[in-house]
Design a protein around this ligand. Structure first.
Ligand code: SF4
Length: 200
């Protein structure tokens, strides 16, 4: 898999894409890009595993992380923040970033916020797929079942986290799918890809 080709493609579309094979350098890069502002963080195992919140706080940012505090105040703070961090369920080598959401706040915040200036997608190379079709398959059959299990949802996929059963459960977490192809007008959108396995 030639990730540098994907980086070039994303940059040609106006994203600010970068690849790191050293996670520490990736975190230094992130800290250098966001300081003394407000930051929202969407539910993401990748962001948690990488310890991005304390890095952002050390850079003087006020962080609203609704993965760990789902109060209305934190949700509103994340929506209104100038910068938003999330991961992706998958990205295709053809340049589409895929996320499935149950509540909608995460995918909404990745493309809009009344004060939004920057969005950062942070993901491991484990989420890079050859095609949009495979990226959608990954999001639905790998990421979603693992998230359903992590969240203790009463869905058939949560039992073994093996595949999607296209359930109609009240706990279904797959309610909207976003395919992000180009940065939105007025939002500087970074894609930070790090060598290795992070999140689901
Ligand atoms: S549609 Fe239902 S079974 Fe399929 S991944 Fe989503 S929650 Fe799981």
């Amino acid at each position: 898999m030639n990730v540098s080709k994907l980086i070039d493609l994303l940059n040609s579309r106006g994203f600010k894409a970068s690849y790191f094979d050293d996670v520490d350098i990736a975190m230094e890069y992130i800290a250098s890009q966001v300081s003394n502002t407000s930051v929202g963080i969407g539910g993401s195992m990748t962001i948690a595993e990488l310890g991005i919140q304390p890095i952002l706080e050390s850079a003087g940012n006020k962080v609203f992380n609704h993965a760990i505090n789902r109060s209305a105040e934190v949700l509103a703070g994340a929506s209104l923040a100038e910068v938003y961090f999330l991961s992706a369920n998958a990205i295709s080598m053809t340049g589409e970033i895929v996320n499935i959401d149950g509540r909608g706040n995460r995918i909404a915040s990745s493309v809009f916020g009344p004060n939004r200036k920057k969005v950062f997608y942070v993901l491991g190379t484990n989420k890079v797929e050859e095609s949009l079709e495979k990226a959608l398959f990954r999001a639905k059959n790998i990421a979603a079942p693992k998230n359903a299990k992590r969240l203790s949802m009463k869905t058939p996929c949560a039992i073994n986290a093996d595949k999607c059963y296209d359930c109609k459960s009240p706990d279904r977490i797959c309610r909207a799918t976003l395919i992000h192809e180009y940065p939105m007008f007025g939002i500087e959108t970074h894609v930070v890809i790090i060598k290795g396995n992070y999140g689901f």
